[in-house]
Design a protein around this ligand. Structure first.
Ligand SMILES: [Zn+2]
Length: 390
């Protein structure tokens, strides 16, 4: 979004609203031990506008969304989320931490060229990073303040996205005489490495790009600058600002790299197996991986959404001993973290990460979901063959 134009996006008012709601909610919870229903909370809004006239300047739906957010955080605190995991007691947000607000229902045609029409703000110029594809409807607009300006995130809806690509076995059947071989070529496993970003079961290596490492180095330099400068000083404030910008740069670069890598993988493979990040404890003994974890889980979620949208599949498999077991004979070959080579008595000689990637791929092929899918694919092939014969 164009940061040059001074906009009335004064989130403090909304933050205040949030403060007020949390306070009200907490008081109610402590005295009565039950939650105020969302409806009742929303009903307080019109009254609030009378007593605090400046709230009238905030679009009503934005305020309602604030109420909803407060409600969600309380539900998470009291009842837990869909997995039953409870989060901590809702806290007051510092003004500077309140960075996003949401228009839950974007009007049709709110986007016109490079202008977006936001209720209460009017037409605001923005830089579109990519054109909105035909047939998509803008559903929600959220405005976020970041280190280098304001960003608008549009969520789009398209009904034409397929659920699961129905014919990924059939397609491979036509290309090659041996369907078994071909299918196994459309499946890959990926493993995170110590030095490389990932290695596939086909021994393709994706390195962490140099520009990303460089940006990270610069981040450390600025971080040091901040900690050297006196707290509360202007010079420190300046350094903090540039640190924010650098963080943003690193995050952008990483995201870009993740998208490109995911696209390249999905262009080549229909099914991509990776280790299950949810299995913690026993399987998570590899230190290098826990270092990579943050970026890795981001990448996996991008890969998953991209795959789903294209009707392709990602499979999470247990990571237990994937780097230790031999991918050819299955015998455990213990090795230290520093050992980069897998060498087995059966004659299997491989790079450590390559070996792990093959193990991950093999586990995916024995995965119940995939087995069901391949059965489905086979029956379809049989049916087709019959149709040709008769
Ligand atoms: Zn072996």
């Amino acid at each position: 979004m164009d940061s040059g134009r001074p906009m009335g996006f004064n989130t403090p008012e909304i933050a205040n609203q949030c403060f007020y709601m949390v306070a009200q909610y907490l008081r109610h919870w402590h005295t009565n031990r039950f939650c105020i229903p969302l409806k009742c909370l929303k009903k307080t809004l019109p009254n609030l506008k009378k007593t605090h006239p400046w709230y009238a300047e905030i679009y009503s739906q934005v305020l309602q969304d604030v109420v909803k957010r407060v409600k969600v955080s309380f539900d998470r605190f009291i009842k837990g989320d869909s997995n039953g995991k409870r989060s901590g007691r809702p806290r007051f947000k510092q003004r500077s931490r309140y960075r996003t607000f949401l228009y839950p229902q974007a009007k049709e045609g709110c986007l016109n060229g490079n202008l977006i029409n936001l209720p209460m703000f009017g037409k605001v110029k923005l830089i579109l990073h990519r054109p909105i594809p035909d047939g998509f409807k803008v559903k929600t607009v959220s405005i976020t303040k970041k280190a280098d300006g304001y960003y608008a995130t549009l969520s789009l809806q398209d009904e034409t996205v397929p659920t699961i690509k129905p014919d990924f076995n059939k397609a491979s059947f036509g290309k090659n005489h041996s369907p078994q071989k071909c299918r196994s070529e459309l499946i890959t496993g990926i493993d995170v490495g110590l030095k490389e970003f990932l290695t596939t079961a086909q021994n393709e290596v994706v390195a962490i790009p140099r520009y990303y490492r460089k940006a990270q180095k610069r981040l450390r330099v600025i971080q040091k600058r901040v900690s050297r400068r006196k707290k509360g000083s202007n010079r420190r404030l300046k350094a903090v600002k540039s640190l924010g910008k650098q963080h943003k740069k690193v995050a952008d670069k990483r995201k870009d790299f993740h998208y490109k890598t995911a696209n390249n993988l999905l262009k080549k493979y229909d099914v991509i197996a990776h280790e299950d990040l949810n299995v913690k404890g026993l399987a998570r003994t590899n230190k290098a991986k826990s270092i990579h974890d943050a970026g890795w889980s981001n990448f996996l979620s991008i890969l998953q959404t991209k795959a789903e949208n294209a009707g392709l599949l990602t499979v999470a498999v247990s990571a237990y001993n994937t780097s230790q077991n031999c991918s050819a004979c299955g015998v455990k070959v213990p090795k230290e973290l520093s050992e980069r080579w897998h060498s087995c008595a059966c004659g299997c000689e491989l790079d450590r990460d390559h070996n792990a990637a093959i193990n991950i791929k093999n586990r995916a092929e024995g995965h119940p979901v995939l087995k069901a899918k391949s059965l489905l694919g086979d029956s379809r092939i049989v049916l087709e063959a019959r149709a040709v014969c008769s």
